[in-house]
Design a protein around this ligand. Structure first.
Ligand code: SF4
Length: 447
């Protein structure tokens, strides 16, 4: 039976230390009762309390880990349906599906291409998460060799895919210590595979075309005390996937259906690379936890990883850069100063455009809580007085002799205020859009 906030609060330390992000233990207890927080967010809960609170303290969607150590991939753990309620917790994993019918060199090439791919965007490094190796050849020896080849050159999460319980069992033994994902158990194999997964420390996906069968499979796992489960609800169309994922998420969060409170696994293969990318986009936006694509093309992974970054960024905490003076190019004491906010996206766009303009400059980035230029100005965090004070705080006048500061065109109205705050400086109103910095530099700043 679900516990109320007051019942949960009795088991908390009641010190109101705020380390969980709530102002009081009672507020935290209320969030726990509403499944909007995890017990682990309070570092001071006793073992006894952890045991007593049990299911009441668990997130409605279980967090399941695939892989070991630093490159391990975590799925699930979500507590909300919409990202504006609270940030989503664990990003949708994106992976590549290969199989043992591929020639050795081709298999090695595909895995190496995935492994070596990285995308750096707004200061974060984005990587693919997993490789899935399927048994298709009919030869256990060939499958074993393919698995060996992949596991030797890929240290992130690995899934193995087969309907044959013996193949999955052998693979789980071979990958013992790497915590693989076994995909997938059906009604014929679930009992055996639960034992294998428990023995080897693997996670286990259960697969079906029907909700009722899927729930029954999860029930078998839970009945055996095994809960590191992924749900693979197979569907024929993108529309059906979208619908199924939504039903699973809402059933787990809104109806409290424990048997659907697990991460979602999807193998995408529409036969068309563009549709595959669209399907992966749907998984990212609508509740997929781990999606495998049949091919790897940076032209698909780049927008997918960027989309994922956007969806899984906390909307209440924009990605920020540290407030400081950044050199762009190789500025010296005569280089001009540009100023913008510490919203990461704005910072990277502005610094990139200054570089494109072919000049070196100083980029002054005051603390604006990650807001964009106009929002920060409207919130009173990007005025002439604040910028002037930050110039002094950074001791910029001691470091450079140039006294030209360029402000964004959207806040032209702060120029007088900034001139008052910085006597002796020339305040130049720059363009509204960063894309116009190059022509501004050519036609105004260096003319
Ligand atoms: S971290 Fe724990 S002890 Fe501190 S306020 Fe939150 S619930 Fe209370």
């Amino acid at each position: 039976m679900a516990l109320t906030g007051l019942q949960i609060q009795k088991w908390l330390p009641k010190t109101n230390c705020k380390e969980c992000g709530c102002s009081t233990c009672l507020a935290f207890a209320m969030k726990l009762a509403a499944r909007k927080a995890e017990l682990a967010e309070c570092p001071y809960v006793s073992d006894e309390a952890r045991e007593v609170l049990g299911a009441a303290a668990e997130p409605p969607i279980r967090t399941v880990t695939v892989g070991e150590g630093e490159p391990a991939f975590k799925a699930g753990g979500e507590t909300v349906v919409f990202r504006h309620e609270k940030t989503f917790v664990n990003q949708t994993g994106l992976g590549l599906a290969v199989d043992d019918t591929l020639e050795d060199r081709e298999l090695a090439r595909r895995v190496a291409a995935l492994r070596d791919y990285r995308l750096e965007r707004v200061g974060e490094v984005l990587l693919p998460d997993a490789v899935s190796v399927a048994f298709k050849s009919g030869s256990p020896e060939r499958f074993s060799a393919a698995l060996e080849r992949v596991s030797g050159s890929w240290d992130r999460a690995i899934a193995v895919r087969s309907d044959d319980a013996t193949i999955l069992s052998t693979a789980a033994e071979r990958l013992r210590g790497r915590r693989p994902l076994l995909a997938s158990a059906t009604s014929a194999t679930v009992a055996d595979l639960v034992e294998v997964a428990k023995k080897t420390g693997a996670a286990l996906a259960v697969a079906s075309e029907k909700f009722d069968d899927l729930v029954a499979l999860v029930g078998t796992c839970r009945g055996d005390g095994f809960r590191d489960v992924f749900l693979e609800l197979r569907a024929d169309s993108l529309c059906e996937h979208y619908q199924n994922n939504t039903v699973i998420r809402r059933a787990a969060l809104k109806a409290g259906l424990k048997d659907l409170g697990y991460p979602i696994l999807t193998y995408i293969d529409t036969g068309d690379p563009l549709d595959d990318a669209v399907a992966a986009g749907i998984e990212i936006t609508k509740y997929g936890s781990l999606a495998f694509l049949p091919t790897f093309d940076p032209a698909d992974f780049t927008p997918l990883l960027a989309l994922r970054q956007n969806i899984f960024t906390d909307p209440q905490k924009p990605i920020q850069v540290d407030p400081q003076v950044y050199p762009v190019g190789e500025p010296d004491e005569n280089s001009p100063v540009f100023v913008t906010t510490n919203f990461s996206l704005t910072y990277f766009i502005v610094s990139g455009e200054i570089e494109n303009a072919g000049i070196s400059a100083w980029l002054l980035v005051p603390e604006c809580e990650g807001l964009s230029v106009l929002t920060a100005w409207a919130a009173g965090k990007f005025g002439g007085d604040k910028i002037g004070a930050f110039v002094k705080e950074c001791a910029l006048e001691d470091r450079i002799s140039c006294r030209t500061i360029v402000i964004p065109g959207y806040v032209a109205q702060i120029s007088g205020e900034l001139e008052d705050a910085l006597p002796g400086w020339e305040v130049v109103v720059g363009p509204q859009e960063a894309g116009d910095i190059e022509s501004f530099v050519k036609n105004v700043l260096t003319r």
